[in-house]
Structure formats: structure tokens, C-alpha cells
Design a binder for this molecule. Structure first.
Ligand SMILES: [Zn+2]
Ligand SMILES: [Zn+2]
Length: 343
């Protein structure tokens, strides 16, 4: 099959012919329809904590059609079923697996890390980790289920409820899906702070009740003042959806007594905070990562019923041959939000 392969840090992905995947008895093979490019994929091609190995096929936001069903696959899977899948294959026997919390499984294979990913014509998926797509759901929209699941998971662990006042730092794909779900669950103020004008405009489209333009000189104090001007009171929950050093500290400075700071952004560098500030405010700092099966199921159902819409987030679609160039272009800030590879 054709795939875009990571060779080494500093080199673009290379489209070449590789072996077709060979599924284990409990696995399925998906013919990939779309695979989104994620910030995590870009991280994996840089020097850092998550650098991929040579020969790795990245991509974990895939949707498509089943072309092969393993002999011991769980569930009534048929060739031709339209599906999306969580990007890992868990052991299926441990306690977290029994509860659908496959991400917590200590024995899982992760797409793009220790298993091949979706920037390819075919990818293997776990029969337990795969979800059937309703006929009403377009494959292109379903490609956004993974970032939607990250957003809903963050909103759930943050304890956002009807009437909450929320601040989201950053209007990248994860900031936007977090905003979408905050709005969905009835937050009264869904305020996003974003520097880039195109992303700020998209934030409004995706349900932000106000968009703030942070002033670097005025720092946390200035941003908090802007928030209070827009929402009438300080936030109950602050989501950090950028992952740059210094931002958790800025959230701690903005947070009011007893409120929550939820880091969702991926920061791979040491980052200093002043614990005393969080201490005197009795802050809850709750990191959020990935998702459970239920987060995927809810995202699929709400998309299929037309109760949420992610199409404004899809800013470009490229072919597998165009992927290496599009991938490199995402390293520098641009007006792009979610770029999909169409296979
Ligand atoms: Zn992703
Ligand atoms: Zn397990």
C-alpha cells in the first residue's frame, strides 16, 4: 500500500510503498477515507518526549471502511461498514479495558507510536475500539470525531455545568472543540483568548460567546480584566489549550478562589509555576488527556443527529501525495485549522 512515512527529524514525510498491515485475530483492517493532521503528529516529528522512530506511519484521526475482519474480532463487523476508531488497540482483559477506558490500559498499542497510523491506504483497528458510523454521518465530518472526543473529555473532567463561566486559552482545533462542548453543556460564558485573527473568527463560528485578544504587555491581569468586561464575572474554569511554557502560570494568576485550571495543551518542556498562588486560592488543577470510548460514542451520535457541526473547522483537504508539503506548512502559523488527508 501507499503511505506517508516519517524518516527523521528535519526531513519531510516520504510517500512510498510499504507492506499492507497484517491484523491480529482480534483486529479489523480499515481502508482509510480521511485522516486528519494533528498537532500531536507534528510533535512526533520534532526532537522531544514523543519523537517517532524511523519508518513510522503517523496519523491517528482516521475514518473509513472495513475491508477485513479478524477471525476473533468482537462484534458483528461486516466488510463495507463505515467506521471510525480510537487510535489504540488495548489488551481487552484489564479493569480499565472492561470499563471502556482503553487509554488507561498498560498493554495497549498506540497508532503512530508502536503501531502504524492512518497516513496510509490501510490501517488496523481494534474490534473493541472501532465504532460504526450511522448512515446520516458524512465520512468527512466523522474525521473530526477524535478532536471532538478530546474536547468532550476535557469538559467532562473539568466539571463544566449549566451556567458555568469558562475561559479557553487558544482557538486551535482542541480549543474549538472544547468551546463547542462547553456551549453544548450550557456554559453561560464561553470566552476564547486567541491572538490570530483567522482563528478568532472561527472561534465565534464554533460557539464562543466572546473572543479576547490577549495583550502580551498587560499579561494575565489585562486578560482577566477583558474577561470580566465580557462575562461580568471571573471564570469558574480555565482551559489551557495551547501547551506553551508560562501559560499554566498565567492561568493560575487569572483564576479566582476555588476555581479550576485544566491544562489540555501538550507542553514538553519544563515549565515553572508559583505553587503559593494556587495554594492561597485552593485551585483545582486537573490535567486532561485523550478520551474513553463513551467520549467517542457521544461525539459520533451528536454529529450524526446534526446537533453539532464541525465543518467550519475543516480548512483544507489534501491527497496523500500532497500530505508531506501540507504537513511541513503546518509548522508555521497560518489560517489553517484542521487539514484532512483524503485517501
Ligand atoms: Zn489528534
Ligand atoms: Zn487493557
Amino acid at each position: 500500500m501507499k503511505a506517508a512515512v516519517f524518516k527523521e527529524v528535519g526531513q519531510p514525510l516520504v510517500v512510498e510503498t510499504v507492506d499492507d498491515p497484517t491484523p491480529e485475530p482480534g483486529e479489523l483492517v480499515m481502508k482509510v477515507g480521511y485522516c486528519g493532521i494533528c498537532g500531536t503528529d507534528l510533535h512526533a516529528t520534532r526532537e522531544g518526549l514523543t519523537t517517532a522512530c524511523c519508518g513510522q506511519i503517523l496519523g491517528h484521526e482516521y475514518v473509513g471502511e472495513i475491508v477485513e475482519v479478524g477471525a476473533r474480532a468482537e462484534g458483528d463487523w461486516q466488510v463495507g461498514d463505515r467506521v471510525c476508531a480510537m487510535p489504540f488497540i488495548a489488551c481487552g482483559h484489564c479493569l480499565p479495558c472492561a470499563a471502556g477506558r482503553f487509554f488507561e490500559c498498560a498493554d495497549k498499542k498506540v497508532s503512530g507510536v508502536d503501531d502504524q497510523g492512518g497516513f496510509a491506504e490501510y490501517v488496523t483497528t481494534g474490534s473493541r475500539e472501532t465504532l460504526l458510523l450511522p448512515d446520516t454521518l458524512e465520512l468527512r465530518s466523522a474525521a473530526l470525531v477524535e478532536p471532538l472526543a478530546v474536547g468532550i473529555h476535557a469538559v467532562r473532567v473539568a466539571g463544566v455545568r449549566a451556567g458555568s463561566r469558562v475561559l479557553i486559552i487558544g482557538a486551535g482545533p482542541i480549543g474549538l472543540t472544547t468551546a463547542l462542548w462547553c456551549r453544548f453543556f450550557g456554559a453561560r460564558d464561553v470566552v476564547i483568548s486567541e491572538l490570530a485573527p483567522a482563528r478568532a473568527a472561527l472561534a465565534k463560528q464554533m460557539g464562543a460567546t466572546a473572543v479576547l485578544h490577549p495583550d502580551v504587555e498587560e499579561g494575565a491581569e489585562g486578560l482577566l480584566q477583558q474577561y470580566v468586561d465580557a462575562a461580568g464575572a471571573p471564570p469558574d474554569v480555565i482551559f489551557e489549550c495551547v501547551g506553551a511554557p508560562g501559560l499554566i502560570q498565567q492561568c493560575i494568576e487569572m483564576a479566582s478562589y476555588g476555581s479550576s485550571v485544566v491544562p489540555v495543551g501538550v507542553c514538553e518542556q519544563p515549565d515553572a509555576i508559583m505553587p503559593f498562588l494556587g495554594l492561597v486560592k485552593e485551585l483545582r488543577i486537573q490535567f486532561a488527556m485523550a478520551y474513553n470510548k463513551d467520549d467517542f460514542e457521544t461525539s459520533v451520535a451528536m454529529l450524526a443527529e446534526g446537533r453539532i457541526d464541525v465543518t467550519p473547522m475543516i480548512t483544507d483537504t489534501v491527497s496523500l501525495d500532497e500530505l508531506p508539503e501540507a504537513f511541513e506548512a503546518l509548522r508555521t502559523p497560518s489560517d489553517q485549522c484542521k487539514v484532512l488527508t483524503q485517501l
